[in-house]
Design a protein around this ligand. Structure first.
Ligand SMILES: Cc1ncc(COP(=O)(O)O)c(C=O)c1O
Length: 456
């Protein structure tokens, strides 16, 4: 949007720098809006959809957003769990339940590691979805003009939150080299930022949007070692924001299934992980807008348990201050539902229901990758992917402009995808949201993409 008219008004003159900078980028909304009207196969929506019968026992043939069956029990919830304000940091029981859930998801078996995890993480504070968690964390750590490090292939909203909203800067590292995470580029970027400021802030998101990349166990180990080595080189506090929005949607056995948060939390160095997760995708309640922000603490920051508790209270106070001064408190109804799911349905049944959806997506992941592998075209390459909701098809920028390709694909072949074209970041390709495409449609989807490629 050009803001031609608003710029002429006194309203604009009165805007803060933020008011002047902020905007809603039209990329994803433009392409998904067009796909809804023009496409027969829609690969733009970042929400898992399926035929109800494929993930709910006795479900219908209707194509609906995937959900956990038991949600339906709570449309008659007690009014006291709907109407009142929730506490600023979130309902205490919901926070406690999520802390236990985080510990459970670690799948840790070593007792001393479990003990450290239980003791040295903060009680998750409730945010309005992972998006708000990203905003709050970045606002806590970044002054205008300061740098945060992120892969060049990232969720586009990071740019809006960090650059447009906070006036901070993103220093990108090249995400891949030879189909692996490019650790050398990450190391150089950390060193570069260390020369400019007294702290290193990094945001990582696995499985990644838009590529679906998730490290193998080996790569994850190398990544942790690299962070450690670079920490000793630069000797500055390193905050690692771990965006786990798509945590646990992992479709292979040799890729990391649990968050990087856990390994980082066990390190003694001041490599400080902050876990952002939520019910939005993990429990398939996107509109519930409940996220959690949890910080990994280091034992050597305090001298005894009393100091540790005092430190946790102080951190909690800071985070509640962020909540109170922005959105006050988060949706009570969905915090209550989360609590009920865990207390009444139980963790095992929740995992069982989640697994049905993961299985559904896994079949699509396998199908789409095997179909894409049949495309024999030097202008096309697929980024490594093994989880999440999307994958990314790179197009040779000298021959095929991603936006022109997406437009052609939509007009001629009635297929909707999201093009991402950022020449300054070496990105030119299309994101396919296979989370919302039935497996039966995938061969035809790839067939149409292949035909469109031949037109260029
Ligand atoms: C990487 C990433 N993080 C966070 C979010 C937002 O999650 P939420 O709906 O919990 O705000 C998304 C997408 O919606 C995403 O792709």
């Amino acid at each position: 949007m050009e803001f031609k008219y608003i710029q002429k008004t006194p309203l604009y003159k009165a805007f803060s720098d933020l008011g002047k900078r902020i905007l809603l980028p039209d990329g994803i909304f433009y392409w998904s809006g067009r796909a809804k009207k023009e496409a027969e196969i829609i690969g733009t929506i970042g929400t898992a959809f399926g035929y109800e019968k494929d993930f709910i026992d006795g479900g219908s043939n209707e194509w609906v957003p995937c959900y956990l069956n038991d949600i339906k029990n709570y449309t008659n919830i007690n009014i006291k769990q709907v109407v009142p304000y929730a506490s600023i940091g979130g309902l205490p029981d919901t926070r406690e339940i999520w802390k236990k859930w985080i510990i459970r998801k670690s799948e840790e078996t070593e007792n001393d590691k479990i003990a450290r995890l239980e003791k040295y993480i903060t009680k998750p504070i409730i945010t309005s979805g992972v998006t708000n968690g990203i905003y709050l964390t970045c606002a806590m750590f970044l002054n205008p003009g300061e740098y945060i490090i992120s892969p060049n292939k990232r969720w586009g909203n990071y740019d809006n939150i960090i650059v447009k909203h906070l006036g901070a800067e993103i220093k990108s590292f090249e995400f891949f080299k030879d189909n692996k995470i490019n650790l050398q580029s990450l190391k150089e970027t950390i060193e570069d930022v260390a020369n400019r400021q007294e702290k290193i802030i990094i945001i990582l998101n696995f499985p990644n949007n838009p590529t679906g990349y998730n490290p193998t166990f080996e790569e994850a180990k190398d990544l942790i070692n690299l962070l450690k080595d670079t920490y000793y080189l630069v000797k500055k506090p390193m905050i690692v924001i771990v965006d786990d929005a798509y945590g646990y949607y992992v479709y292979t056995d040799n890729h990391l299934k649990k968050s990087l948060f856990y390994e980082l939390q066990q390190l003694d160095e001041d490599i400080i992980p902050i876990k952002l997760d939520g019910i939005t995708k993990e429990l398939l309640m996107y509109g519930g807008r409940i996220g959690f922000l949890t910080i990994g603490l280091k034992p050597n920051w305090v001298n005894n348990d009393e100091e540790l508790e005092a430190l946790k209270l102080e951190i909690n106070n800071k985070l509640e201050g962020m909540n109170r001064s922005t959105l006050s408190n988060c949706n009570h109804f969905y915090q209550a539902i989360t609590q009920k799911l865990f207390n009444e349905i139980g963790v095992n049944k929740i995992i069982e229901a989640q697994n049905k959806v993961i299985e559904l997506l896994k079949i699509r992941y396998e199908k789409i990758n095997s179909e894409l592998a049949k495309i024999d075209n030097p202008d096309v390459s697929i980024d490594p992917n093994s989880g999440g909701f999307f994958l990314f098809v790179n197009l040779n920028p000298d021959r095929i402009k991603a936006t022109e390709f997406a437009d052609h694909l939509l007009k001629k072949y009635k297929v909707g995808v999201i093009p991402i074209e950022k020449p300054y970041e070496n990105i030119n390709g299309i994101r396919i949201a296979y989370c919302s495409i039935d497996v039966g449609q995938i061969p035809e989807l790839i067939n149409r993409i292949n035909l469109a490629l031949k037109d260029f």
